[in-house]
Ligand binder design. Structure first.
Ligand code: PLP
Length: 386
């Protein structure tokens, strides 16, 4: 494996940032990134400030950290900070985005069965919306032709994932946005499983809305998510689900609501400041290494894992060209929860989704982790757990 190529730190140095590797074979970043010393220290700093300054921590460091976080989110997606709104989870970000879309003459939303549940459920329960859910022909991908057949001039929103959470396959979101726009629809992308793994220049993709969060590949823990809204759209959109953080001058406590000029017009209330500190520190690591390097490393790790899995007789579901795929390697099993439990007993942490076990390496993993994981799969098979 090549070196990390940052100024001074090697991949081994970065691995040492994550104490979990001292005791565990952790291959589950697609569910939750392991805790780094840096993120733990950042949360400690938040607590120290709270203890020392109480509410006056707001008047300096806490607001500054929120601004820093917004800048880092913008940087990782290639946006301007004014295009980023912060939320406690992706669900809240989606609800806010949906509340700004005019469904009166275009009541249809086209999404797919491969989206994360929240990203499907929202449209199914919203009054006045006809949700169209496309089926995947192979359970792994959603060919653009399926969208092409379904999106029409009554479609307000085309919804897709950048990386599918159950298959790890990458969607061409630039083509999806182009397809939506050609029919007069907007395009909303769930990029939770891609950000940090795949480089993104959100402006170049042309998408209108993009959501993500920090607990997976951005290394920042739970409680922090975000919505990107394309800059030129912001002045035209008037979200209906908002709070005092969406006011153009929130500390005037004005009786009448006026929208903030930037993407803050989508925001609600007070964020969890502990989550802000954790998210910001996680993003700092990602940006310090650089997503291009992370992607190159991820491709090496994924192909190593796939090769070792095949040598052990496992059949990972991946395409021949791994560049169409991210770092979520899925292995079909008859009883995935039993396999996940059995692996955990052997010190290997992965997770499952219907019909598959997900093994998701990231830059801090090493080939030995992969070997321990596939050996643990093999040991379970010998005991009839598969
Ligand atoms: C693709 C995708 N979208 C969204 C989520 C989570 O959404 P929320 O932040 O609302 O829990 C996840 C995973 O937890 C996910 O994998």
């Amino acid at each position: 494996m090549r070196r990390a190529e940052t100024a001074t730190l090697t991949w081994a140095d970065y691995r040492a940032e994550f104490p979990i590797f001292e005791s565990t074979t952790y291959l589950n970043t697609c569910s939750l990134a392991p805790l780094s010393r840096r993120v733990a220290a950042a949360v400690g700093e938040y607590l120290r400030l709270w203890q020392q300054f109480g509410a006056s921590a707001w008047y300096g460091p806490w607001w500054e950290e929120i601004a820093t976080l917004r800048r880092r989110v913008a940087q990782v997606i290639g946006a301007d900070p004014s295009e980023v709104a912060l939320f406690p989870h992706v669900t809240a970000a989606l609800v806010a985005a949906a509340s700004a879309v005019d469904f009166r003459t275009r009541p249809r939303v086209v999404c797919s069965e491969l989206e994360f549940p929240t990203t499907r459920y929202l449209w199914q329960t919203k009054t006045g919306i006809a949700a169209v859910t496309l089926n995947s022909p192979d359970g792994m991908t959603l060919p653009l032709e399926e969208y092409d057949r379904a999106v029409d001039d009554r479609t307000a929103l085309v919804v897709g994932s950048h990386v599918y959470f159950t298959s790890g396959m990458v969607q061409d979101i630039t083509a999806l946005a182009r397809l939506a726009h050609a029919r007069g629809a907007s395009c909303l992308i769930d990029a939770y499983q891609s950000l940090g793994q795949l480089p993104l220049d959100v402006h170049a993709t042309g998408v209108d809305f993009l959501v993500g969060g920090t607990l997976k590949w951005l290394l920042g823990g739970s409680g922090l998510a975000f919505l990107y809204v394309r800059g030129d759209l912001i002045p035209r959109l008037q979200p209906e689900v908002i709070g005092w953080f969406a006011h153009r001058d929130q500390f005037t406590f004005a009786p009448a609501f006026e929208y903030a000029a930037d993407a803050r017009r989508f925001e609600g209330g007070t964020p969890s400041v502990a989550a802000v500190y954790a998210a910001s520190a996680g993003l700092q690591i990602v940006l310090e290494i650089g997503v291009e390097r992370l992607r190159a490393r991820q491709l090496e790790l994924t192909s190593d894992l796939v090769a070792r899995a095949r040598e052990t007789g496992l059949r990972p579901r991946v395409p021949s060209d791994l560049r169409q795929h991210a770092g979520i390697v899925t292995i079909p099993r008859a009883d995935p929860p039993a396999v996940v439990r059995g692996l955990r007993e052997q010190g290997v942490i992965v997770d499952d989704r219907p019909g598959v076990v997900r093994v998701s390496p990231f830059f801090f993993n090493v080939p030995d982790d992969h070997q321990r994981a596939v050996d643990a799969f093999a040991a379970l098979e010998r005991r009839g757990v598969r």
